[in-house]
Design a protein around this ligand. Structure first.
Ligand code: ZN
Ligand code: ZN
Length: 474
């Protein structure tokens, strides 16, 4: 099956309903040896990897250590070609980023990967936007950052890496999306690696923010060496191994300085301890549930798999911790509250607004609030503090008259709660101490058999089942 002509389509625009679009899907399906339906079905989705969506379940529902997609390159000498560049980073720097990214994989295997400047290449690299000639349109800024095709048939789209050019790719800075990391990750897919559940690994599915000096983890190295033999003598000498006696070369010094920022590592709380209190729980972009304690946060996906911890202020740079509360508002923005301040971020984590909570339409009596959630029943947002709660209208951005009211009377759950969230199943969960409870559907009443223990259900502290799909909701 020859897919050469697909390469010409990169950058072109195809309507999802067009004959060409369906034809391209059928082609992809034939090429991936899956049922040819002409529609984007589950099997088709599996053919490709969507980054930072993270919602994609791995084939067996378990994310463990490295995993292999199943196809490899049948040859050891590979070529890549950069078809175009993103704005904002000098071209020669982008070239270097891609070269270094391949070098990381190459130096742990017997692969030799070199750049070509014309003609066909095994791995074509391009920056594209939205609909771009394969069945996986990008989603503007945020969300998916890039995707890459596995080695499959070793022809056509195989190995190609597409970067979403609506992202702001950067290098050497924590602003924007670090192109270095995304490149190393995507090329891992290009070579046949799937996602890994090991946090430190490059193949971990979630973008972890700026890392100054990217290295393969042991997990990545084991992964690549499960696909290809270990490096042999023919390995090209790298600048790092070159002796000081080597004659001056034409190699330029590094243009982008990479500051070695040393951040003191704050102590990470133990989420399985019975004394843990969550400052806030919210659903953020990509349908991840954030559990925040102090400066640390964990992510839990729809299948209750937990990842983390990371530092929240690295993701949301302006906020102050410990937070009081946070929620996803009608616009799909995450709004954080602390003391008398708020910060509102869009799904690309750009700051959209900040200031005093009264500028968000809240009374100053809500300073140092406890929790906030939007109720699926009426779309109104409820703010909680101590023994009282306020009802808020996200459209008019003001609280409704007649509030505050008494929590126990109206909701019949305890006052002084720690956090609350409208979860992915549209149900409300309220967190207090080490326990949580679930509200009945459409009623201000607590479900039977609650409260339950957060550590057991959400964090899977006491079960070997961590990482295994739960059949029902928490
Ligand atoms: Zn990926
Ligand atoms: Zn693509």
């Amino acid at each position: 099956m020859d897919l050469e002509e697909d390469n010409d389509k990169v950058g072109g625009a195809l309507s999802p309903n067009s004959v060409e679009f369906r034809a391209s899907i059928r082609k992809l399906q034939r090429f991936g040896n899956i049922p040819v339906t002409g529609k984007i079905d589950a099997a088709t989705m599996k053919l490709i990897n969507t980054d930072r969506c993270g919602l994609k379940d791995s084939t067996n529902g378990v994310i463990g250590r490295f995993s292999l997609q199943g196809t490899t390159w049948k040859k050891r000498d590979l070529t890549y070609r950069i078809l175009n560049y993103t704005r904002g980073i000098p071209r020669y720097t982008q070239r270097r980023i891609f070269r270094n990214a391949f070098h990381l994989w190459q130096s742990s295997s017997d692969l030799r990967i070199r750049e070509v400047y014309s003609g066909n290449a095994d791995i074509l690299i391009s920056f594209v936007r939205q609909v771009h000639g394969d069945p996986y349109p990008f989603d503007r800024a945020g969300g998916t950052l890039a995707h890459a095709f596995y080695p499959h048939s070793n022809k056509g789209l195989s190995g190609d890496a597409h970067f979403d050019d609506d992202e702001t790719f950067t290098t050497g800075t924590s602003d924007g999306i670090n192109l270095d990391w995304v490149a190393v990750h995507e090329f891992g897919h290009s070579l046949g690696l799937e996602h890994s559940g090991v946090q430190e690994s490059i193949m971990y599915p979630w973008y972890k923010g700026y890392i100054p000096d990217i290295k393969l983890s042991n997990d990545d190295i084991q992964g690549i060496q499960a696909l290809y033999p270990k490096p042999t003598e023919r390995k090209v000498q790298t600048p790092a191994t070159a002796k000081a006696t080597t004659k001056a070369t034409t190699t330029r010094p590094r243009v982008t300085p990479r500051p070695d920022v040393v951040t003191p590592r704050p102590t990470v709380p133990d989420i399985c301890s019975s004394t843990i209190r969550y400052d806030t729980v919210f659903v953020g972009p990509g349908k991840w549930t954030y559990f925040v304690v102090g400066d640390s946060f964990w992510l839990v996906d729809r299948a209750l798999r937990r990842y983390g911890p990371w530092t929240i202020t690295k993701f949301y740079k302006h906020i102050k911790t410990p937070l009081d509360a946070a929620y996803l508002n009608k616009l799909g923005n995450v709004v954080f509250f602390k003391g008398s301040e708020f910060w509102e971020y869009d799904s690309a984590r750009k700051l959209k607004g900040s200031g005093q909570i009264r500028q968000y339409g809240l009374p100053s009596t809500l300073e140092n609030m406890d929790a906030v959630f939007t109720w699926a029943k009426n779309g109104k947002t409820y703010f909680f503090k101590d023994k009282e709660y306020w009802r808020y209208n996200d459209n008019s951005r003001r609280t409704d008259p007649g509030y505050p009211k008494n929590i126990r009377k109206a909701w019949r759950f305890p006052d002084y709660i720690n956090a609350a969230v409208k979860w992915l199943n549209n149900r409300t969960y309220v967190f207090r101490g080490r326990q949580y409870l679930k509200l009945q559907k459409g009623k201000a009443r607590v479900e039977r058999y609650y409260p339950k223990v957060i550590a057991d259900k959400w964090m899977k502290c006491n079960s070997k089942g961590r990482g295994i799909l739960d059949s029902d909701d928490p």
